[in-house]
Design a protein around this ligand. Sequence first.
Ligand code: NAP
Length: 307
Amino acid sequence: MDNVFDMLIIGSGPAGLGAALYAARAGLNAAIVEKSPVSGGQIINTTEVDNYLGLPGIGGFEMGETFRSHVEKMGAVFIEDMISSVKNSDGLYQAEGGKDTYKAKTIVFAMGAERSKLGIPGEAEFAGRGVSYCATCDGAFFRKKNTVVIGGGDVAVEDAIYLAGLCEHVTLVHRRDELRASVSLQKALLSKENVTVEWNSIPDEVIGEGTVSALRIHNKETGESKDIPVSGVFIAVGMDPVSDLAKGVCDLNERGYIIAGEDCETSAPGVYAAGDVRTKHLRQVITAVADGACAVSSAEVYIRTLG
Ligand code: NAP
């Protein structure tokens, strides 16, 4: 492709879509590259979003569609491709995709984050066969069965609440004696009759033959080990940034997040990081969308310096 874009936005979650909206309004020759034509990133796997201004209780999938159709109406260019590398070549950035090579004056990294792995025996072996990282995607497979959720944050508690509506019984396994999740979520969880919590408990192994039959845990206070008989194990122990593309292009921190402040500027001129992939305090849809706007505002200043 001979066209040199003013801006190539990689990722079509809320941060990428926010950037695409602002780029379109600024009249930039911008394109947004996405792996699949379903926009929204992590929110499409969320049943309900209640903390985005003006859209109370909207479904995650519907939110992604709503964002995308707004951006499309503004004339944004969407490209469906999988970018495998980004490099600086003669002052321009070159992104290698499966279908084409894209050149741009600026890059916005907006690849988001994905669920962390635990790294315990059986986890990888049973992934997709009883081990899941998405309750709203896979919960229906465990209707009327027993499941376990591992973690104590907002996602784990939301997952446990969701599964409690489908499953016979849900056990939340948490490594401490208090949850990290918001108080309102904790209250909702603890009011469920078919949910129990295993406090101070460390998951050791997913057990089964062909499919999952139990999760082995031990209590770190008593040292006691036990098997919880379950068909499904849902792992919700935090997120890892999807930042491989940025390695060698700009600086990352020790956890792999792209180092960027509120202006979304990275260590490389013309390269911006927006949303969950950057170092920040609060990773939410509302802050990701705002990052998209800030990244474009910073990029406009940089593009003007290029003459
Ligand atoms: P999180 O808040 O970082 O919670 C991760 C949980 O997993 C923590 O309870 C942590 O235990 C536990 N954990 C981490 N590593 C573990 C390990 N190796 N073994 C066992 N347990 C482990 O992550 P999250 O729940 O995925 O949420 C990500 C972000 O999205 C958060 O900022 C969250 O607030 C936000 N979010 C917000 C909403 C909402 O506002 N509606 C919904 C979803 C997500 P410790 O508590 O002991 O550290």
